[in-house]
Design a binder for this molecule. Structure first.
Ligand SMILES: Cc1cc2nc3c(=O)[nH]c(=O)nc-3n(C[C@H](O)[C@H](O)[C@H](O)COP(=O)(O)OP(=O)(O)OC[C@H]3O[C@@H](n4cnc5c(N)ncnc54)[C@H](O)[C@@H]3O)c2cc1C
Length: 343
């Protein structure tokens, strides 16, 4: 018998099987709530638990007395009342598992690979710009990577992969892959995509967090959506900002788009902005109350931006959207503590 999950301050209820995670049950019923890693590591899906009891995988039981729970890891033990940070109607997620072919492999920076995948002829996999897919390795192990291509180009996927020391996919698997090889994926996942609004947008990327931001901007360009967008992209060095000529070109030709590259470890020839990328936003934008912020990449950058912008720059919680690139291997739920805004 499924339990009933009630969403506080609304008439909404949805069923959740005892062995089902609350996030999966919400999506199955056609709703979306904040989520990112789906491993209990990034904290994005934390929601108020107002009534009932859940079993959080790997972390034990939580009740209303604890106040909150991670929806991606929580299975109900009773009927529940939850208060997510956002709760929206969604087209029921129709994920596809696809055997793709590698179409292009490039190395635009020493520790970044650009991987272009093509789907079998005639197959398309709709996604929203900003979402991610899961690469499925031969032993079934999965890793998350964001699509960098425009949502309209859904007969393939472009991925920007940072090489993680000891990485099972980004080092071991990737080094053996060549053009023409098969690669299995499941697509799409994620709650990080541009919401409709007239407010100006700040896009905040660090490192390969540029992937999903690129997808959002290229989708906006193709749709001829002229909402003001300002990209701040942070990296350590000029070489690490692996495609910076692309947003520089957009800024030259699009009146609604501007670009600020920010380097934290520049060499002496760099004349642009320096320091941490979210500090550049803080320096430029004293009041964010009428702005939407989309942040993607390093988890520490994402949580620092969320904390600073909402606490000191007037950004409402509901106007901050993020994907924190935490590790997505199987060890994530066991080894990582959930991140807090101050970590
Ligand atoms: C929603 C989402 C979207 C993502 N999109 C992208 C993307 O577009 N591009 C991209 O480069 N990455 C992205 N990531 C991060 C990527 O999924 C992980 O870094 C992944 O674990 C790398 O797999 P791997 O097999 O190479 O390394 P693993 O075998 O998983 O890890 C090897 C070692 O590195 C550590 N590690 C792995 N990743 C990280 C990390 N991010 N931070 C700190 N330590 C780490 C592990 O603890 C382990 O010790 C995304 C993550 C999420 C949650």
């Amino acid at each position: 018998m499924p339990f009933t999950v009630r969403v506080a301050d609304s008439e909404i209820t949805f069923p959740c099987e005892p062995r089902e995670f609350v996030l999966d049950a919400a999506e199955r019923s056609g709703y979306s709530m904040p989520s990112s890693c789906r491993k209990g590591a990034c904290n994005t899906c934390e929601a108020g638990l107002l009534a009932g009891e859940v079993e959080q995988r790997g972390r034990g039981r939580r009740t209303a007395r604890d106040g909150s729970a991670l929806m991606c890891r929580s299975r109900p033990r009773t009927d529940l009342t939850i208060r997510p940070k956002r709760f929206e109607r969604l087209d029921v997620v129709r994920r596809k598992t696809i055997t793709t072919r590698i179409f292009r492999l490039a190395r635009p920076a020493p520790d970044v690979t650009l991987l272009a995948l093509r789907f079998p002829i005639g197959l398309r996999a709709p996604f929203k710009a900003g979402q991610y897919l899961q690469v499925i390795m031969e032993d079934g192990d999965r890793r998350n990577f964001s699509m960098a291509n425009a949502a309209r180009d859904n007969d393939g996927a472009e991925l920007h992969i940072r090489h993680v020391p000891g990485g099972k996919f980004s080092i071991s698997t990737l080094s053996k892959l060549s053009v023409g090889d098969p690669l299995a994926i499941e697509i799409p996942y994620g709650d990080f995509y541009l919401r409709d609004s007239a407010r100006p947008v700040i896009l905040l990327a660090s490192g390969t967090g540029f992937a999903s931001i690129k997808s959002i901007i290229e989708t906006a360009i193709l749709a001829d959506k002229c909402r003001p967008m300002h990209l701040y992209w942070g990296a350590r060095t000029r070489e690490d900002m692996y495609l910076s000529e692309l947003p520089a070109r957009w800024a030259e030709r699009l009146p609604w788009f501007s670009f600020t590259p920010v380097l934290s470890e520049p060499n002496s020839s760099w004349t642009g902005r320096t320091g941490l990328v979210h500090d550049a936003v803080r320096a430029d934008q004293s009041d964010l109350s009428e702005t939407d912020v989309y942040a993607c990449g390093n988890p520490l950058m994402v949580s620092a931006a969320q904390g600073d912008f909402t606490q000191s720059h007037g950004l409402p919680d509901a106007q901050f959207f993020a994907d924190a690139f935490v590790e997505s291997g199987p060890s994530a739920p066991r080894d990582l503590q959930p991140m807090t805004a101050s970590s």
